[in-house]
Design a protein around this ligand. Structure first.
Ligand code: HEC
Ligand code: HEC
Length: 250
């Protein structure tokens, strides 16, 4: 078991190292114009959270999953014990410091059935590991929705943005071509009412009842992916949640 994860991680790390330098250079000019990261930039991650995100998406996601549900490919393949679902229980309210404390606790008791815990801390500088931990509270934002706005922003960029627009105003590149205008999430009344279930249903069923071009996403996405979308589009309406920066600096 340990060997399997060692091979996977060595591969992942080599790939990350090989890609690192040129990526850094390419990113700078784009970051200055504010568009390098697509819709996730609207959530305004701190520099630490952004660095943590890159590490999380290189290594941690293999077990923890991109949205932190504990459903990464290594975990699904049964190579390790099931990681926790960071979007449930008290996890969404934990700070980076709380997470570190808990992680160290698990590590102290690590036995042969949990070799990955020691392995992770042995292959990473502790500063980088702490950045990856600091990303987890951002990943669970907003805590009152069982989805991750950051994970939803990735799907949003390719599946929703062409109609709903980069900032959710209903002004995407093909919006003018449609008979019914795409919803403007910054003014959305369902979001203002915090009716998460209704928003979820609208995404699942699309424009069947409203006779619009909105696709019935339930055919294509899992429930988890749709909750991630609910989380992201709800964060686009100002004033519904405290900002990510406010929540994660507590
Ligand atoms: C090889 C799979 C694997 C990888 C990779 C991995 N984890 Fe984990 N992680 C687990 C498992 C499984 C647990 C649950 C505890 C256990 O079974 O030992 C866990 C637990 C945790 C916990 C403690 C949660 C608690 O119970 O409070 C944190 C925090 C955590 N991981 C963060 C990370 C971070 C950050 C990374 C990337 C740098 C990472 N993990 C990489 C498998 C992994
Ligand atoms: C082809 C264009 C198109 C795409 C792509 C699209 N939508 Fe829509 N969407 C619309 C239109 C048009 C409306 C307004 C009419 C309606 O409600 O059916 C709408 C309405 C909505 C509503 C209802 C808002 C309310 O308050 O009633 C939600 C929620 C929504 N879209 C979410 C999404 C999400 C999430 C995605 C990406 C997974 C997406 N849409 C992709 C066209 C689109």
């Amino acid at each position: 078991m340990f060997r399997l994860s060692t091979v996977i991680f060595t591969g992942a790390i080599l790939a990350a190292c090989a890609g690192d330098a040129p990526q850094d250079r390419a990113e700078e000019p784009a970051a200055a114009s504010g568009t390098s990261e697509g819709p996730v930039s609207l959530l305004q991650l701190s520099d630490t959270q952004q660095r943590g995100r890159r590490l999380f998406e290189t290594i941690c996601w293999t077990c923890h999953g991109s949205a932190g549900r504990g459903d990464g490919p290594v975990a699904l393949a049964g190579a390790v014990s099931a990681p926790p679902n960071f979007l449930t229980g008290d996890y969404p309210s934990l700070s980076a410091a709380d997470l570190e404390w808990r992680f160290r606790g698990v590590l102290a008791g690590a036995d042969d059935t949990h070799p990955h815990m020691r392995y992770i801390t042995s292959i990473l500088e502790s500063a980088s590991f702490l950045e990856a931990l600091a990303y987890i509270p951002a990943l669970t934002y907003p805590s009152e929705i069982p989805g991750s706005a950051i994970a939803g922003s990735v799907t949003y960029q390719f599946r929703c943005q062409p109609c709903h627009g980069e900032t959710g105003r209903g002004d995407g590149s093909i919006a003018d071509l449609l008979e019914v205008r795409p919803a403007d999430f910054t003014q959305d009344t369902l979001i203002a009412r915090r009716d998460w279930e209704a928003i979820f249903q609208r995404i699942r069923e699309g424009g069947q009842s409203t006779h619009s071009s909105m696709p019935p996403w339930g055919i294509f996405f899992s429930e988890d992916e749709m909750w991630d979308l609910v989380a992201f589009i709800s964060s686009l309406r100002p004033g519904v949640f405290p900002s990510l920066a406010e929540v994660t600096s507590r």
